[in-house]
Design a protein around this ligand. Sequence first.
Ligand SMILES: Cc1cc2nc3c(=O)[nH]c(=O)nc-3n(C[C@H](O)[C@H](O)[C@H](O)COP(=O)(O)OP(=O)(O)OC[C@H]3O[C@@H](n4cnc5c(N)ncnc54)[C@H](O)[C@@H]3O)c2cc1C
Length: 385
Amino acid sequence: MRVVLAGCGVIALLTAVECVSAGHEVVLADQADIPFTGATSFDRHRVLRALHPGDLATTSAAVGAHHAWIELEHLLSTAFYEQSGALTAVAAGEATAVRDLLNAAGSKAEVFGADELAAEFPHAGFVPGTGAVFESHAGILLADRVLAACAGWLRWRANAELHPHRKVIGVDADRAEVRLADGGILRGDAVLLAAGPWSRELLAPELARELVLHRQTLLYCDVPPADAAAWAATPAITSLGSTGGAWLVPPVAGTPLKLSAASACRVVDEIGGPTAPSWWREHLIDTFTALIPGFRRDWLIDTRDCHYLARRSTLGPMLAVLGDRVLSYAACGGSSFKFAPLIARSLAARLTGAAPAPTGLEPLDRPLVRASGVHPIRPALRGVS
Ligand SMILES: Cc1cc2nc3c(=O)[nH]c(=O)nc-3n(C[C@H](O)[C@H](O)[C@H](O)COP(=O)(O)OP(=O)(O)OC[C@H]3O[C@@H](n4cnc5c(N)ncnc54)[C@H](O)[C@@H]3O)c2cc1C
């Protein structure tokens, strides 16, 4: 089969790798470079944490994703997964249940009391009195390297065509073809729209309205040389136990320390540039000055804003069926990168007519959103042409 993919972030690139590995032909088009530094997927790192509190199915799926990334490193002959483990602050009364959940999902886990945590990670900035759970089947994905590895692998396949700088402006689901801004048409047997935060532009209004755009500010820092060894031995920290939901990614494999917080995420109307507004930068500087011992603003080497979509009703991703073998997958923040190998497997199976294996993830295993009306595509085409 010939599968056309619109967008070349982690979702489309991994789906293309799946399709090609299964013997199919792929055609990928991106509005910019492949990979594009402005894509949500393009960052120094993304965290893979298995823990989804109180949710064994999703936690087990994330442990499966951990193993899938290791397999992908072998397939793509590139190292991009630092298996550093992850630490998450949890209330003392919940630590044992969290550890048991992780063990049941197939990950090793260890509880750190507040004193142990403060002694082991004094530099990290956990809120005093907080305990945490360490999970071993977790770590840091070097996101930009993942994208480069996928694009590089695809470039060498005879059955993969890559079209950078070809913006998609609409999809005809009856014909399984996408229309390009330059007047071209890419036709296939199946189509996947995976346009990340830009997905709303390619969907009919009733679907686009389901998706809410979020923007988040990130700080990138160099740590003082005296602390470098301690930071290098630190796992990903997905919660420091603060009320604002502060988290950090330690400097691994030559990357900077990355800092952000749930409180630095807001709903916006439109995709803006990557420059972080000063108010949000200062908010994060204040947040981490209060948390990390010795943190100073001159640690800062860069700031960036990123965007993602989330489905209004579930706050998760949205999979929409636009026609027979024409799908749209709008990823979401927090988890779509880490789950990308599982998402890609499931999407590739749906696109090529194979039976998708259960992933344990919504919305892949549940009935999909279908566009209402006679035909979901025409309004979208009208809207963008
Ligand atoms: C601040 C932040 C932190 C995050 N942290 C994590 C994390 O720790 N762990 C995790 O699992 N997930 C995390 N996520 C979520 C994850 O990064 C995203 O869900 C995922 O990268 C989205 O991938 P994508 O391929 O769908 O979209 P993107 O990476 O945005 O790719 C979409 C591509 O489509 C192209 N495109 C768009 N419109 C068109 C068009 N009309 N024609 C052609 N091409 C087009 C774009 O140029 C782009 O290359 C985070 C997200 C944010 C914002």
